[in-house]
Design a binder for this molecule. Structure first.
Ligand code: NOJ
Length: 757
């Protein structure tokens, strides 16, 4: 044992010696380089441009090649492929004075060419190993396409389904969000950034972007520090702790100051408290947008951003324009510019670009690795695991592999809408639609009939807004009435109706906030007509946000939420519909009954007048006209089998601060097919120095059970699971009583109690 300890010690000494030697080598290299750089050249490194490709604002960078030659560009985003990237890199390496290579970034959000489910869908798998794998594959493809920097993961906690960008994150919970943030960073970066298959991750959007007021994109955020620290900041911190190489500022204000000028956020919290050593990049033109925020003119906002801790300016070019002047005037120190420049050069060094600026430009890899068969097979499996079965009355699902299926709806055969928002390098033409998937999977004994039935929407103004990136909402030549009649006739000929309804891909994502989050009227009318046929109806819902489905829930027989499942989604949907895969997804965000309930999330604080069903409601915290309950709550999701929970037990009734308690439960597959269950552990701190949430997720485990099989699932609880930030923002635990809940979602749980000494 002693011998082992000694060899571990020697191993660590060798590791830290090697790490120090590497970092000394990097410092020497960068010191030498920076000695040769003029102030203008250092400032040039701080400039991130896009020649087009992914334009998410009013401005596109101009004279890009010329600026690269002049040493006025540190990185470029929006282009892909070895040819284009080599060309731009050659300008930097051959034609700029100091030959400094460029960073090449892109929004690789849920896959690069092979597209996986949107992040909200991925999170619904609760399968962190699988999510990591999706990031690994994305990094492989991105690097095969010559990129070295991805603008992901987006780790913003989001609790407002009106906000279109809820699609891009992992939902409402800080614990799950943190686990996912960590594995995404690990998946992208691996353990060595200089490998030609790893990319630098960029955590975004720092910070609190998901809490935009009224769910309107880019809107202000106002939040107490206690809420920030306990509920919104943990995923960013987890990503930083996982070693993320970069972080992107958000568009919103925090405590009245835009994130991009927020020194408390970018320097005190991020760098000093969290020890972040990577580079801070702004979001698209978020420096110049601070003029609109009322922070000053272009020069002033550049000063604010630099002094707050921004290293790299995405597109605004205010730093390029004003930094030298600001240094001369003593408004920004030369050291601030040096520090920012150093961080960018460090990133390039770690990515191995100084050794070989073209290390990611490999034509062979581009040919063999993009959308490879292996990647597509993974995409199909991953997609199936992201789907959430919301309703399944009388086992309407899985469908029989015989008989007649009426496949109806504007999304049933729409390649354009399979990939979802932020799939900039995905090719919709290569995506498998649900119709195609059903044909591939159902077998010869299933007769498939099809009718479009409705347009996604009939509202011409709305259609124009949604179709900015292409025709996602197509308007049929037939009138809405004709389409519905045709759909009803088709349904009448079938044994079961599969209605594929929901949102077009860009009804969520950036700048896609909505106040109506139910089905569009055209689709509502269609569904009502289909229900009238009396046929069993399965609603397959494509969506990037929680939708209000109160009527649908009451009237259709089955609902399968398939989000936007990516390139292979059609096959994966068919796999689940026909029972080749038993659905196992669970919601990571609450589905409200109506928009008036928003914000609604499971881990809320209690009020002094909580309403419990059965109580007299007067003077209780509730609504006169609606229930407090969501339609589908966090953690909810059905399976083709049922899992029963019994025998919750705690190893001990008291927890010593240095000790541990084991909480166990027995889970039994009480149905007739094998299934995968996500067993969820929640804790409630009964009394605290600040009001504490009614429940908080603190653990989960996935198990697969054969019919009739039981397993004991155990969780270990220690004080680290009970800690929170108190009103002095100290991370503490407080002795007292706690409740433990274990169950299949946050509401259907078994309970036990313990006391922390
Ligand atoms: C704006 C978006 O907010 C951000 O998420 C994205 O990475 C950048 N544009 C770059 O496209």
């Amino acid at each position: 044992m002693k011998k082992l300890n000694k060899s571990i010690f020697v191993f660590f000494i060798i590791c830290s010696f090697t790490a120090n030697a590497q970092s000394n080598k990097m410092n020497d290299f960068i010191n030498n380089l920076m000695k040769k750089m003029t102030m203008e050249e250092k400032i040039g490194q701080l400039n991130l441009v896009t020649p087009g490709g992914t334009v998410t604002g009013a401005v596109v960078s101009k004279d890009v090649d010329d600026k690269i030659r002049k040493g006025q560009v540190g990185g470029l985003f929006g282009i892909t492929g070895p040819d284009k990237i080599r060309r731009a890199q050659e300008i930097a390496v051959n034609n700029s004075r100091l030959h400094i290579p460029l960073l090449f970034g892109l929004d690789v959000i849920h896959g690069h060419r092979t597209i996986f489910p949107i992040p909200l869908g991925l999170s619904s798998s609760w399968d962190t190993a699988m999510i990591k794998k999706s990031a690994r594959i994305a990094a492989n493809e991105a690097t095969a396409d010559a990129l070295n920097w991805v603008y992901s993961p987006m780790v913003d906690i989001a609790r407002d389904p009106r906000w279109g960008r809820i699609a891009e994150g992992s939902g409402e919970d800080p614990f799950l969000g943190s686990q996912i943030a960590k594995v995404m960073v690990e998946g992208y970066q691996g353990n060595d950034l200089s490998k030609d298959t790893t990319v630098m991750a960029c955590v975004k959007h720092f910070a609190l972007y998901g809490a935009a007021e009224a769910g309107r994109d880019y809107n202000s955020v106002d939040m107490s520090k206690v809420k920030m620290y306990n509920e919104y900041l943990p995923p960013y911190k987890a990503a930083v702790d996982a070693g993320a190489g970069s972080i992107m500022t958000s568009f919103n204000t925090i405590d009245g100051i835009p994130a991009t000028a927020n020194k408390w956020l970018l320097t005190d919290l991020l760098r000093k408290q969290w020890g972040f050593k990577g580079l801070v990049v702004t979001d698209y033109t978020s420096i110049s947008e601070m003029v609109n925020h009322g922070m000053g003119d272009d020069k002033k906002v550049a000063e604010l951003a630099l002094n707050a801790g921004v290293d790299m300016d995405m597109v605004s070019e205010d730093i390029l324009k004003y930094a030298a002047q600001l240094v001369k005037e003593g408004k920004v120190s030369a050291k601030t510019i040096d520090d920012a420049c150093r961080r960018i050069l460090e990133a390039k060094y770690k990515l191995g670009l100084f050794d070989d600026p073209y290390r990611y430009c490999n034509d062979q890899r581009a040919k063999t690795e993009l959308m490879s068969q292996v990647n597509l097979e993974e995409a199909r499996k991953i997609a199936a695991r992201s789907f959430v079965l919301l309703k399944n009355d009388n086992h309407v699902l899985p469908l029989k592999k015989s008989g007649t299926v009426a496949l109806i709806g504007p999304l049933a055969d729409s390649k354009r809408n399979m990939l979802g928002t932020w799939s900039v390098s995905g090719d919709p033409e290569k995506s498998i639609t649900i119709m195609q998937g059903i044909k591939n999977v159902a077998g010869n004994d299933v007769n498939i009939l099809y009718a479009k039935g409705a347009n996604i929407s009939d509202d011409t103004e709305f259609i124009k807004r949604v179709n900015v990136f292409g025709e996602e909402i197509t308007v049929d030549k037939k009138s809405p009435e004709e389409m519905i009649n045709e759909a009803v006739e088709t349904a009448n000929k079938a044994d079961v109706v599969v209605a594929v309804l929901g949102e077009a891909a860009d009804m969520t994502g950036e700048s896609s906030s909505m106040t109506h989050i139910g089905l569009q009227e055209s689709q509502e009318n269609l569904l009502k007509a289909l229900v009238k046929t009396g046929k069993p109806i399965v609603l397959v819902l494509m969506n990037g946000r929680p939708m209000t489905l109160t009527w649908e829930d009451a009237h259709v027989n089955g609902i399968l939420d398939v989000w936007f499942g990516g390139t292979e989604a059609g096959n994966a949907v068919a796999d689940v519909l026909f029972g080749n895969y038993n659905p196992s997804g669970k919601l990571t965000v609450t589905f409200p009954r109506n928009v008036g309930q928003i914000p609604i999330y499971y881990n809320h604080l209690n009020t002094g007048r909580p309403f419990h069903p059965g109580d007299s409601p007067k003077f209780k915290s509730d609504y006169l006209d609606a229930s407090n309950d969501p339609l589908y709550s966090f953690g909810y999701g059905l399976s083709y089998t049922t899992f029963s929970y019994s025998n919750i037990s705690l190893g001990n009734k008291t927890l010593h601060p240095n000790g541990k308690i084991t909480a166990s439960v027995t889970v039994t597959n009480a149905g007739t097919v094998a299934g995968k269950e996500t067993v969820q552990l929640y804790i409630r701190d009964m009394v605290g120095s600040i009001a504490r949430p009614v429940k908080e997720l603190k653990g989960f485990q996935q198990i697969t059970l054969a019919p009739g099989e039981s397993k004991k699932v155990s969780f270990t609880i220690s004080v680290s699971d009970l800690k929170f930030y108190n009103s002095d923002l100290k991370y503490v635990y407080e002795p007292g009583n706690f409740k433990v809940f274990i169950g299949t979602n946050n509401r259907d749980v078994k309970e036990a109690d313990f006391k922390l000494e």
